[in-house]
Design a protein around this ligand. Structure first.
Ligand code: TPP
Length: 308
């Protein structure tokens, strides 16, 4: 029922567009943490530092999909739309905000993309979208991102049951970073994600790799099967959360954080192509700094919605 992917980073030269996107997401997240620290952000904010490669790797599979994201969704949004201006404006509540500033960091709606700060909500909602599309005779892939901690929500199981029973083309992407806010997965989850998927007869793929090209090669057939055979799939990424849960709330020791940083994707990508990495790193940093300056200078939003 389960297959796994393990490997050492980084096998081949990563295309520029992937490297640029990875670094764009990372610099947007750094910028948002800085903006939060200086009090420029209302509400809360969760970065995907360490997990950027997940939506970048999945990007080619998602062009026609509905994407349901969660509280840690900046990278999911940026990989889907490459719209740092709309995202930063949304989080800062400035003109050009993708949802008119109503959604902030956690609740973004655009076309076929929807994020939520309510853990577990996206799984039944995503299954409903898949069922609706199927009944209308135009089945569509639905991809739902959740964290390991969200497997504590009962709605996940009700929805998985229906997804398997009704043959819904849904991929549940689990970003298993080993911790939910401050609770270790090992202290809150009995069994495994794989075992839980198996309980519903749902196939599970484990991805323990940060190489976007290898990940795509491994997931190509499983994603195609979801659509061709109209059945759900669980893809679990063994990943790392490098930043705090939301802002300054990280109880992990410096030693532990150091070990996590050592396994981060960025140093491996740099090792594979140091000059290009440094070039695009500096470029994306500069680009994001320019966007921050531009967005901050804009008037506060008055509720206009750009993309619905
Ligand atoms: C229904 C619900 N309960 C609690 C919360 C508060 N909360 C937000 S994120 C989070 C932890 C989520 O952990 P996980 O699913 O592992 O995702 P991660 O933050 O690690 O990406 C909690 C408890 C919430 N947003 N919604």
């Amino acid at each position: 029922m389960t297959t796994s992917l393990t490997g050492t980073p980084i096998a081949a030269t990563v295309p520029d567009e992937d490297l640029k996107l990875l670094l764009l997401i990372r610099h947007v997240e750094y910028a948002l943490l800085d903006l939060f620290a200086e009090g420029a952000v209302g509400g809360t904010l969760h970065t995907c530092l360490g997990q950027e490669y997940v939506p970048v790797a999945l990007r080619p599979f998602l062009s026609d999909a509905f994407v349901l994201s969660n509280h840690r969704g900046h990278g999911h949004y940026l990989a889907h739309y490459e719209d740092p201006v709309g995202l930063l404006a949304e989080v800062l509540g400035r003109r050009g905000a993708v949802c008119g500033g109503r959604g902030g960091s956690q609740h973004i709606y655009r076309d076929r993309f929807l994020s939520t700060g309510v853990q577990g909500e996206s799984v039944p909602v995503g299954c409903g979208i898949a069922l609706g599309a199927k009944r209308r005779g135009s089945p569509r892939l639905v991809v739902i991102y959740i964290g390991d901690g969200t497997w504590g929500e009962g709605s996940v199981y009700e929805a998985l049951n229906m997804a398997a029973l009704w043959g819904l083309p849904v991929v549940l992407v689990v970003e298993n970073n080993g911790i939910a806010q401050s609770t270790r997965t090992s202290t809150q989850m009995a069994g495994t994600v794989c075992g839980r998927a198996a309980g519903f007869g749902i196939e599970h793929v484990m991805v323990d790799d940060v190489d976007v090209l290898r990940i795509r090669t491994r997931l190509e057939d499983p994603f195609r099967d979801v659509v061709d055979r109209q059945r759900p799939l669980v893809v679990e990424f063994a990943t790392r959360r490098l930043g705090p849960h939301s802002k300054g709330d990280d109880g992990r020791s410096e030693v532990e954080l150091e070990a996590l940083r050592a396994a981060d994707w960025a140093p491996y990508y740099r090792l594979a192509q140091p000059e290009w990495f440094d070039h695009w790193d500096a470029e994306q940093k500069r680009k994001v700094a320019g966007i921050v300056e531009d967005v901050r200078a804009r008037p506060r939003v008055s509720g206009e919605v750009l993309h619905v």
